[in-house]
Design a protein around this ligand. Structure first.
Ligand SMILES: [Zn+2]
Length: 402
């Protein structure tokens, strides 16, 4: 099933849910107030509230069923606070969220908070099974009620409330799986959730940019091994996007052309760093890669955000992305730790020129060896990469179908 099928013919999307997800025999037990999404959202979903008021959204065929299970925990109030402070030398905002020190750190597998709930073992997911689940982070860096924007402290040392939202995206109920283990249809459901959440968070007051990303592996600092990603909705345009937009504007003034279009065309014409050239997507190691193994994945048609992708583009993305992740899994003696993130146009700026793309990279440069951000990188922002981008691309190309 492709997202297109699900969107155009909702009745035809009634494939059986994933085998591992228990389903009620009687659909009449579905609660009426489960918040089932209208068909125009392209995906079946249902929203509930956890006992501390946070929102949880199930996606997939089992969504309305899963939403029938209430959160039986008695969670205390969040007590979280967040602010953003302006760095006047670099012209960028920094999130200050002092409450996050107490968050869960690598719990034993039988205490994983992202597993489905079971009798005597209540987790963040009240249902006994799910396909994809998204919920508000209990330890957010940014939160909707962080404060009134009128409380801005202006001037050189500007401070604002850290308004925004942080969500956790559970890719699968299977604790031991990784994104690379997902089927095409499971990946398509995660993509549908990213699209849905990106649109919903962009519509929140004060949100300027939405970032969907995954940190994978303990070396990256992941505190939970369950397959999951995160979504940050920022009250500002992030420093990297600000810089990309500035460079895009300069290139437009200098050449009359779009820098994202020109880079993609130049990389494909050169070819030495191309990893996968699909019909609708192209993946390459950038000419000036910062990381040992770094791949940028672009739709060939320039679009500002995930919502703008056609059903055909969404479907091919799943194939290409799963292929890339499986190559990363085989780069070293154990699966590569990685960071993967969607670069989308900001909510209110740069939508004409920005090009949606995904950046995937590992900090591992060889089995057992990590690239550390030491003096030059951390102190000066000047990267030194130990692996030639052409070599990295050749290695990734050769890892086909292992
Ligand atoms: Zn788990």
């Amino acid at each position: 099933m492709t997202p297109e099928d699900a969107a155009v013919k909702p009745e035809a999307a009634a494939v059986k849910p994933k085998d591992a997800v228990p389903m009620p025999q009687d659909a009449a037990t579905e609660p009426e107030d489960a918040g089932v999404a209208p068909p125009e959202t392209f995906v079946k979903k249902a929203s509930v509230r956890l006992s501390d008021g946070r929102e949880l959204i199930y996606f997939g065929e089992s969504a309305a069923w899963a939403a029938g299970y209430p959160d039986l925990r008695e969670l205390g109030a969040l007590g979280a606070s967040s602010q953003v402070r302006y760095d006047p030398l670099l012209g960028e905002w920094v999130i200050i969220a002092g409450h996050r020190q107490g968050r869960t750190f690598l719990p034993p597998p039988d205490h994983c908070p992202l597993d489905p709930s079971a009798p005597g073992r209540l987790t963040e997911i009240p249902a006994p099974g799910y396909e994809v689940a998204v919920f508000e982070n209990r330890f957010p860096s940014l939160l909707a009620a962080a404060g009134d924007a009128a409380a801005d402290q202006p001037g050189l040392l500007a401070t604002r409330p850290g308004n925004g939202r942080c969500e956790v995206v559970c890719f699968s109920q299977d604790h031991s799986a990784s994104f690379a283990d997902l089927t095409h249809d499971q990946a398509a459901l995660v993509l549908a959730a990213w699209i849905d959440r990106s649109a919903a968070l962009a519509a929140l007051p004060g949100v300027e940019q939405v970032f969907c990303f995954e940190n994978r592996g303990e070396e990256i600092g992941v505190t939970l091994s369950h397959p999951h990603g995160q979504i940050y909705a920022y009250p500002f345009i992030t420093p990297r996007t600000t810089r990309m937009l500035a460079m895009s504007g300069q290139h437009q003034r200098d050449t009359g052309r779009n820098v994202f279009d020109d880079v993609l065309a130049a990389e494909l014409a050169d070819g030495s760093r191309t990893v996968i050239a699909g019909e609708h997507w192209a993946a390459f190691v950038p000419h000036a890669a910062h990381w040992p193994y770094e791949v940028h994945l672009y739709p060939r048609r320039r679009v500002p955000d995930l919502q703008s992708l056609t059903a055909t583009e969404r479907s091919e993305f799943c194939d290409v992305y799963l292929d890339l992740l499986r190559r990363f899994d085989r780069l070293f003696d154990t699966p590569a730790p990685y960071i993967s993130g969607w670069h989308q146009a900001p909510v209110h700026a740069g939508r004409q020129e920005f090009a949606l793309h995904l950046e995937l990279f590992t900090i591992r440069r060889a089995s057992g060896k990590l690239k550390h951000l030491a003096g030059s990188e951390s102190g000066m922002g000047a990267f030194a990469n130990d692996i030639r981008p052409e070599t990295a691309a050749a290695t990734l190309r050769e890892l086909v179908a292992g």
